[in-house]
Write a protein that binds this ligand. Structure first.
Ligand code: NIG
Ligand code: FE
Length: 428
């Protein structure tokens, strides 16, 4: 990247700070700058601060910021015209590469059919598996590309994407290769996660351990050899992969050098959150039914709590107890969980509104959760998630006087333009 650019006339710039996850009460500490400006050098942030300070520095040769000011005022300029600015959002939990749709299930659930009942009847995830097995790599790439562009339009500049709709060696690898292709071609940083342990495929019906043994012996080594995933995830749930199977499998993955994530305590209170903490997982996600003890264990272990309010909304389940996680000193991340079944939404503004209205989070906490802590949950907090010198110049300009409008305009997309490594990659 060779982009150098000076963005000025930003009414308000809000950013968390730091190069690792922000925990508990610290999540409220957001730097707020009025009349802000940003100097981008070679796609990275060279300086972020107030225009008044920069103007003063420009006039005073002895000022420590004098050189920065001279560089800024000589660079190509972009007038933000009074818009406000936040870091590019980091969606740290998604399943956006899949084929087929499951709209029927949405209406069945609306009539009261439980999500897990669909799975027991051979529907649910298995329906997406049938369609994804039948899709070519090129088809998966094009399906994913449409969804990544919608994410971008919502200000998402970094996203995780999980496999898990193949449940056999070839389709899982094909999904991961499609994710890698999108990472190469689209202006979004994409982090791949291997979720072969998403459900038990028909070939292994009733034999979860045998399926996990197959994954550990035949698929994980191939994923590692091709460098196709950084994280290994599992759907730890009653009737799918229960605690002991989950522990065994994640220990294998860890020994092979993968970092760990879990879908934990979503429907039944199994104790997956405590297991995540004891394994040193980077994050445990969903957590609708996590116990107080397990929340304390996650805080002590530094395991990030990935909360997915759009999924609770779509499944009509009680929301995760965000305050309990925050009060215990946990780092909380918020993400979309975009997937064909339990939650088809990329709506960043709805995440903000639900977080504030139903999870009891402050707007600063929610912002930290969707930026810095999302980045930490993907092992990228040294590069993205805040607007600080050295990090990627990934930011969003919002058509609003202040970032508080992100939640206040319920479910309304306020994004005016999206910048990735200093380049405008989307605008309204
Ligand atoms: O995170 N709960 C398991 N996995 C996904 C849903 C997958 C699906 O229904 O396709 C989730 O909610
Ligand atoms: Fe998920």
């Amino acid at each position: 990247m060779t982009t150098t650019m000076f963005i000025h006339n930003i009414s308000q710039l809000w950013t968390p700070q730091g190069f690792q996850a922000s925990r508990g009460a610290a999540m409220r500490e957001v730097r707020k700058i009025t009349n802000a400006c940003i100097l981008v050098r070679n796609g990275a942030l060279a300086w972020v601060g107030s225009m008044d300070e920069l103007s003063q520095a420009h006039q005073a040769p002895a000022h420590p910021l004098h050189a920065i000011a001279s560089e800024a005022f000589a660079a190509p300029a972009f007038d933000a015209a009074g818009r406000c600015c936040v870091p590019g959002f980091v969606d740290s939990h998604t399943h956006f590469v899949f084929a087929g749709w499951r709209e029927d299930e949405f209406f069945w659930r609306a009539e009261g059919l439980p999500y897990m009942e669909l799975h027991r009847r051979g529907g649910g995830i298995q329906n997406s598996v049938r369609a994804t097995r039948a899709a070519s790599e090129e088809e998966l790439v094009e399906l994913g590309r449409k969804r990544i562009r919608t994410m971008l339009a919502h200000g998402i500049t970094t996203a995780e994407c999980k496999s898990g709709y193949g449940l056999d060696r070839d389709t899982e690898l094909r999904q991961l290769r499609a994710i890698r292709k999108l990472a190469e071609e689209e202006p979004v940083t994409i982090v791949p996660t291997f979720l072969g342990a998403h459900s038990i495929p028909p070939e292994f019906a009733g034999r979860p351990r045998a399926y996990l043994e197959f994954l550990a012996a035949e698929v994980l080594p191939a994923v590692r050899a091709e460098g196709l995933a950084r994280f290994v995830d599992i759907f730890c749930e009653k009737g799918v992969f229960e605690l002991e199977d989950t522990r065994w499998y994640l220990e294998q993955a860890k020994a092979m050098g993968f970092a760990l994530k879990l879908h934990a305590d979503e429907i039944a209170p199994l104790g997956g959150a405590g297991l995540a903490a004891s394994l040193g997982a980077v994050s445990a996600d969903h957590l609708l039914k996590a116990s107080d003890e397990d929340i304390a264990a996650m805080a002590a272990a530094g395991t990030i709590a990935g909360l997915l309010p759009l999924t609770a909304f779509s499944l009509r389940e009680p929301y995760a107890r965000a305050r309990a996680f925050l009060d215990a000193g946990c780092a909380v991340a918020l993400a979309s969980d975009l997937n064909p079944g339990s939650c088809y939404s990329q709506s960043v503004p709805l995440i903000f509104a639900l977080a504030v209205l139903y999870l009891g989070m402050g707007i600063e906490e929610a912002l930290t959760a969707l930026t810095l802590n999302g980045a930490a949950s993907l092992g990228l907090a040294d590069r993205v998630g805040t607007l600080e010198p050295g990090k990627y110049a990934d930011f969003v300009l919002l058509d609003a006087p202040s970032p508080g409008h992100l939640a206040y305009h319920v479910g309304m997309n306020l994004v005016s333009s999206v910048w990735k490594q200093g380049c405008m990659v989307w605008h309204a």
